[in-house]
Design a protein around this ligand. Structure first.
Ligand SMILES: [Zn+2]
Length: 327
């Protein structure tokens, strides 16, 4: 949308008590050119505008429209491949960083039905078959009725209340005819934090008092394997982040990274973790300091829950490269 949203990324953490099973990446029978758990901007062929959750409002029924590409979180969707015949859910990043609401057809599921975001769970209204129509363009069909394809009306920016099939810039489903406004391109993207803790010379300088020094040093080496010397210990007065420990029983926060340049590890948890889990916490928080946001990728070190991934995934490396050019 037209305004970036800043309020949600003051402090990031990951929660201990939410247990989600890690899944293996699924590769079979995906749509040509698209990848499970990658994040995309989805651009309409006719208008050149992007699929967009109105103002990024995370609520059931928030309208989905098209809007001028603006790098905002409300234009980012993660693909979740479900197996079978090119079927996917599209998780809106603006809804709990891609872990809650999905692209959804407002019932009844018929020609000209509106499209919004809704809680994940109504499969007939939320599972999409994505078909490569050639030349890098795709139709996005409702698997329940593959005649119904995601469609954008006109070339204007959409709004929140214009929810009909002739509302300016609205997105809905309609019977597929192969028209340009029913075809979309997928452009890989990532979600970056709005803070800049990395210095303009492309080094993240730090000073540390943490007692988890072995894990911290290993974590630093993982990121520095991508860009040599990226994270550098520094005792000079140049801009740097401060890494320290706290003790906090009454929270589910294991580690936090803040916009003011602090990383704090909660000894209440980390003292009881095995070495790999401590390492994962260090890698994850450093990732935030490097501008990386959470991502809906169970293999990623930026997965926000309690898996213990200690290796950077291909997604992590691509996202870091994406961030690096913006330091
Ligand atoms: Zn986090």
């Amino acid at each position: 949308m037209n305004k970036r949203i800043f309020f949600r990324v003051i402090v990031l953490c990951f929660a201990l008590f939410i247990v989600i099973q890690c899944k293996n990446t699924v590769n079979a029978a995906e749509t040509y050119g698209l990848t499970h758990q990658y994040m995309y901007n989805i651009r309409n062929r006719n208008s050149g505008k992007c699929l967009n959750v109105n103002y990024g409002t995370d609520a059931n029924g928030t309208n989905v429209n098209q809007y001028t590409f603006d790098e905002s979180y409300e234009q980012k969707f993660s693909l979740e491949y479900l197996g079978g015949d090119r079927t996917y859910k599209l998780y809106a990043f603006c809804s709990e960083e891609g872990y809650s609401r999905v692209l959804d057809v407002y019932r009844p599921l018929q020609n000209n039905a509106n499209v919004d975001i809704w809680d994940d769970g109504d499969d007939d209204a939320q599972i999409w078959r994505i078909v490569h129509e050639g030349n890098g363009y795709y139709s996005i069909r409702l698997a329940y009725n593959t005649n119904l394809a995601l469609t954008a009306y006109g070339t204007s920016n959409g709004g929140g209340s214009g929810t009909s099939s002739t509302s300016a810039g609205n997105v809905f489903v309609s019977n597929y005819t192969g028209a340009a406004n029913q075809q979309w391109s997928f452009e890989r993207t990532t979600a970056l934090l709005t803070w800049d803790l990395v210095a303009p010379d492309k080094h993240l300088y730090y000073v540390s008092t943490t007692k988890y020094l072995n894990e911290l040093n290993t974590a630093i080496s993982k990121w520095n394997n991508v860009y040599s010397g990226l994270i550098v210990s520094s005792f000079s007065n140049i801009s740097r982040i401060t890494i320290s420990d706290i003790y906090e029983e009454n929270s589910n926060v294991v580690g936090t990274t803040s916009s003011t340049g602090t990383i704090k590890f909660n000894t209440y948890y980390l003292d009881n973790y095995d070495a790999d889990s401590r390492l994962k916490t260090c890698i994850h928080e450093l990732g935030h300091a490097l501008k990386l946001h959470h991502i809906r990728d169970f293999a990623s070190v930026m997965y926000p829950y309690s898996c213990s991934n200690i290796f950077l995934s291909p997604n992590d490396i691509w996202n870091l490269q994406n961030a690096y050019v913006r330091y």
